[in-house]
Ligand binder design. Structure first.
Ligand code: ATP
Ligand code: MG
Ligand code: MG
Ligand code: MG
Length: 472
């Protein structure tokens, strides 16, 4: 099933059941606490909190999401992207657990024709009601697993609506490792669909587990998220999201430029690099189309990191020619029919990626030499750690985002002193602020260039340089 049919099947299923189709919100959320849109429910937060009335009690959408927190997983797992489309159905004070579970099961087994015997269910530890509902639908006890806060309690990572969840996972078979269900092997039993019973208000706290639940929301609601990329991988019979029709044309461009084949998901540096180049190209194109420009803070930095990682991973694949405009251009070609903002942003995407690659290309080689030399020096000693000073110099002088340095160190079997790096970075930021300006002359110059590009392409929604926001 092609990804366009997967989207349509989902939306038709829920509109046939009284849901109103809502367009995706932009990647830049209308929420001061959030850096980027990470889930379908983000734009509906005021409805869950009772601050605003939903237009309808039942909505459905295909939401563009960016999760920077997954940047390190790309290419290391088969299933994590930094950008992905989330299919969702939402109920506000309307249906709750029983209907949500029945809908999900029917859509999966009847419409997508997934093998019911390979579907595994997870529920929140004490949620006996959900276990009963899944049992009634015919799922045997042996394929229902109870998990804790980290996996089966959902929130946006910030204070706001939250709740226990139940997830549908799919067994991809022994090729992906030992049996035992999603609790023990999340690559084999890939998580596809999260059904959140949105009924609590979470407070301030750290991470995914350590926060207080302040009480009940005014209403009981539903929020679900089904990852399009992952479902496409299953339905199209491919191992990785990069081989689905969402990303295959971009992977093809990378293979052509590199003059060699993607080896498949085999854990090799080459395999990881192919997936990083392919996957990040899509995120970058979508961020640019939504008005984010490369910068040194906030969203702009997220974009810059993605672009620089593409360039560096392309170089390790032996691609010495410009890569960014080609791979992001293929994203526009492939997905522009579904997402017209890509087509509207085509010229801007090409101009900014070309410019960014030129400005990074010059320092990449010098920085790379410094990095290789530092790695060589550490190897001659009995430590396995690259110093925070080296990481900082690479960042400060050569524009190497820290995760590039970490990648390179890891490929050489080393770690990076990230704490020391963070201290140095913080000191520098404070110095810059004390000096009255947070930007160097070079940054000012580039900012001007991007402002001009934006004016030329008729875009005014500049969002590259933003303050520090919560990144989840
Ligand atoms: P995982 O545990 O695999 O990291 P998650 O629990 O963080 O996923 P949810 O927050 O529950 O994900 O999001 C709902 C759905 O969105 C997931 O079930 C999955 O299908 C999809 N999804 C989440 N993160 C990603 C990602 N980085 N790339 C692609 N799809 C994703
Ligand atoms: Mg995750
Ligand atoms: Mg999960
Ligand atoms: Mg989940």
């Amino acid at each position: 099933m092609r990804s366009s049919d997967i989207r349509r099947t989902f939306l038709d299923y829920f509109t046939d059941r009284g849901h109103t189709r809502t367009p995706s919100s932009p990647l830049i959320p209308d929420d001061p606490g959030l850096l980027l849109t990470i889930a379908g429910m983000n734009q509906f937060k005021p409805y869950y909190l009772g601050e605003r009335q939903p237009p309808q009690p039942r909505l459905t959408s295909v939401q563009k999401c960016v999760r920077t927190s997954d940047i390190d997983n790309v290419g290391r797992t088969t299933r994590h992207a930094t950008f992905f489309e989330m299919l969702g159905n939402f109920s506000f004070d309307d249906y709750f657990k029983a209907d949500t579970i029945a809908y999900a099961w029917e859509l999966f087994t009847r419409h997508y024709q997934l093998d019911p015997d390979r579907i595994w269910i997870t529920v929140f530890s004490d949620d006996d009601e959900s276990v009963r509902l899944w049992r009634r639908i015919g799922v045997p006890e042996s394929r229902i697993q109870r998990l804790g806060m980290r996996d089966n309690y959902w929130s946006m990572g910030v204070p706001g609506p939250s709740g226990p969840s139940s997830e549908l996972c799919y067994d991809r078979g022994p090729k992906f490792g030992p049996e035992g269900g999603p609790a023990v092997n999340d690559e084999r039993y890939v998580e596809l669909w999260n059904l959140v019973f949105m009924q609590h208000l979470r407070g301030e706290g750290d991470g995914k587990e350590d926060f207080p639940i302040l009480g009940d929301l005014p209403t009981r609601n539903i929020d679900t998220g089904l990852g399009l990329d992952r479902l496409a991988a299953i339905l199209q019979g491919v191992d990785t999201i990069c081989e689905t029709d969402l990303l295959a044309p971009t992977l093809d461009v990378a293979q052509e430029l590199a003059g060699r084949q993607f080896p498949g998901h085999d854990g090799s540096p080459e395999s990881v690099s192919f997936q990083v180049v392919t996957e990040h190209a899509r995120s970058a194109a979508f961020l640019l189309a939504d008005g984010v420009l490369p910068g040194n803070e906030g969203r702009g930095y997220v974009l810059r990191r993605l672009l620089r990682r593409v360039v560096r991973h392309a170089r390790t694949l032996g691609i010495e020619t410009p890569v960014l405009a080609a791979v992001t251009g293929s994203v526009v070609e492939n997905l522009g029919g579904t997402w017209p903002e890509l087509v509207a942003g085509r010229a801007l995407i090409e101009a900014v990626t070309t410019h960014e690659e030129e400005s990074f290309g010059g320092t990449l080689r010098q920085g790379g030499r410094l990095l290789d030399a530092a790695i060589g020096r550490v190897r001659g000693t009995d430590t396995t750690r690259l110093s925070g000073e080296t990481a900082f110099e690479l960042h400060d002088t050569y524009g190497f985002p820290i995760d590039l340095t970490i990648d390179a160190a890891r490929a050489a079997g080393l770690t990076v002193d990230e704490e020391r790096y963070a201290v140095l970075l913080d000191e520098q930021r404070r110095r810059a602020r004390g000096g009255g300006r947070g930007r160097t002359a070079d940054q000012e110059r580039r900012l001007d260039t991007y402002r001009r590009l934006l004016t030329r392409h008729g875009r005014t929604d500049f969002a590259g340089y933003t303050g520090t926001l919560v990144e989840t």
